[in-house]
Design a protein around this ligand. Structure first.
Ligand SMILES: NC(=O)c1ccc[n+]([C@@H]2O[C@H](COP(=O)([O-])OP(=O)(O)OC[C@H]3O[C@@H](n4cnc5c(N)ncnc54)[C@H](OP(=O)(O)O)[C@@H]3O)[C@@H](O)[C@H]2O)c1
Length: 215
């Protein structure tokens, strides 16, 4: 499959490399393909390509949004809303503000009644957004190895077929998946990022992931 990754930060680069490892054709999207880390990623990840946000959105049959949360709506506009239509879009973003955390608790620019993914879904109504990968550090996104077993990725989105496609990708990436319903589920999944980061900020503990235990 052709996978377009919008975002050249560490998350975009890690997921781009992971999709290449799984045999997909990948383009990494950025405003600046000459950026040192983008050039370095491309050299280390042949035949992975790099391109503008618009080229990447056009290229991908499946898209991954891995931009700064505050820039994500702008990136979709720059990339061309029409290029998201009818595509599965994995949304790894978090609505984190620039303000510093309070006692390790990050600040969001959204409320508990309206998530970032719902905003993105309204901006690109024909896209099939699925929230995933937002509530774990990039070190553990691909084939994580925890002594207590496979971690759980909480996902949500309005399209069942898209969620099935993302669950299959998560299985290949070494995760179990828990479906948290429609796009509104992102109101609960996005803040898991805040929870995940607290042990990191208050005691430099960054090596963990969530797991849903069941009877
Ligand atoms: N870091 C993690 O481990 C982690 C884990 C889970 C989820 N997340 C979430 O994943 C997303 C990506 O995180 P990250 O740490 O990889 O990188 P990041 O620094 O949050 O975002 C970098 C990307 O955002 C783009 N960007 C930033 N400001 C922009 C603007 N004003 N206009 C257009 N594009 C802009 C950059 O564009 P250029 O390519 O042009 O520079 C780059 O592609 C975030 O929403 C974050 O909350 C991060």
């Amino acid at each position: 499959m052709k996978v377009g990754i919008l975002g050249s930060g560490i998350v975009g680069r890690v997921l781009a490399t992971a999709f290449i490892s799984e045999g997909h054709e990948v383009m990494l999207g950025t405003r600046n393909i000459s950026k040192t880390e983008v050039v370095k990623w491309q050299k280390a990840n042949e035949p992975g390509r790099t391109g503008s946000f618009a080229d990447t959105a056009k290229f991908g049959e499946l898209l991954v949004l891995a931009t700064a949360g505050s820039a994500s709506e702008e990136v979709i506009r720059i990339a061309g809303v029409e290029h998201f239509a009818n595509k599965v879009v994995i949304d790894a973003t978090n609505p984190i503000t620039a303000a510093p955390p309070t006692n390790g608790v990050l600040k969001f620019f959204t409320t508990l009644d309206d998530s970032l993914m719902e905003r993105l879904q309204r901006l690109a109504p024909r896209a099939k957004f699925v929230k995933a990968f937002n509530s774990v550090g990039n070190d553990f996104m691909y084939k994580p190895s925890f002594r207590d077993g496979k971690p759980t990725m909480f996902i949500c989105g309005n399209d069942d077929g898209a969620k099935k496609a993302v669950a299959d990708i998560l299985t290949a990436f070494g995760w179990e998946t828990e479906d948290m319903g429609k796009a509104e589920g992102a109101r609960a999944i996005e803040p898991l990022c805040i929870l995940w980061c607290i042990p990191g900020f208050i005691r430099n503990q960054w090596s963990h992931a969530f797991k849903l235990l069941k009877m």
